[in-house]
Write a protein that binds this ligand. Sequence first.
Ligand SMILES: NC(=O)c1ccc[n+]([C@@H]2O[C@H](COP(=O)([O-])OP(=O)(O)OC[C@H]3O[C@@H](n4cnc5c(N)ncnc54)[C@H](O)[C@@H]3O)[C@@H](O)[C@H]2O)c1
Length: 328
Amino acid sequence: MQDFNHKTIVITGGAGFIGSNLAFYFQEFFPKARVIIFDKFRNNQTFASGNPTSLGHFKNLLGFNGEVIVGDINSQEDRKNLEKIDFDIIFHHAAISDTTVMDQELVMQTNHLAFLELLQMCLQKKAVMVYASSAGTYGNTPAPNSVGIGEQPENVYGFSKLMMDMSVRKILQENPKLPIVGLRFFNVYGEREFYKGKTASMILQLGLQALEHQKVRLFEFGEQKRDFVYIKDVIQANVVAACAKKGGIYNVGSGVARSYNDIVECLKKHLGNFEVEYIPNPYSFFQTHTQAHIQDFTFDLGYEPKYSLEDGIESYIPEIKKIFEEKR
Ligand SMILES: NC(=O)c1ccc[n+]([C@@H]2O[C@H](COP(=O)([O-])OP(=O)(O)OC[C@H]3O[C@@H](n4cnc5c(N)ncnc54)[C@H](O)[C@@H]3O)[C@@H](O)[C@H]2O)c1
């Protein structure tokens, strides 16, 4: 493992779920690193769904003692504030992370175009780029999902992430040694996701429903499978990616597909019994089975997920209970 002390680390999207956890990781384990967050935070604007147009929240950063720059990755003016910094590594997490957004122009601009600008900046500085791609790049093609196979996104969000990966592939074909690493996160859950609201993981949503109503709702019949990956494993993935000596695109999951009924069983162990109501699924594009093929990431960079669904939920339960208590 690399010593990140005395490195200058930029985290775009650092006021969001994954970015803020990463910021606290460096603060705890590499206190001499200079950590700079670049994030737009949220404002009063919402999409047609009612969800905020950006999900960053200052409360994710309570206790953070690094630097914070408020800025929009789409703004050339704001990006200049980043350009001034002589950073060694950039973790690029800023994005429209809400997969239900239909404004194709805005999603492509924010997720793909702004990334290309940051990538150019990064190449000029000879800095390491670790960026967030997504399992959404696979759409509904058969699992297990392997990089380079079945990349047929079902929504513009997945498409924007695939375009990021395609652009990187082209650059890496010319120069494979460039340290540009794309991470295709599967379904991430854990601490500091609360402010994602309706877009937070089903683990948090079902936990809160169970605590509040002693009843949860699942799409018929709860047997759809996903690769749920705990935030601590996702942080490990980011950290090993930043140590890469060459570029690549990797899946970040637990490597195992589990059903929504499995989540319910795990939650019941900690929260007691509750009712499950099965309701019809209105979404034709709903992914029915995702599972990350992670062997390449393990082989190339030593990524090894440590949390099963059972372990991740057990570790997360105190936080879910705390959120429930505070909301009441
Ligand atoms: N959480 C998951 O399960 C998951 C799965 C696959 C991929 N990802 C990707 O991982 C990254 C982080 O996801 P997350 O769950 O932490 O999401 P998040 O929404 O909590 O974090 C994204 C952050 O980016 C910021 N942001 C949005 N637009 C911006 C802009 N124009 N300029 C500057 N900042 C902006 C938001 O304020 C927010 O703080 C995203 O790129 C997301 O697409 C997440």
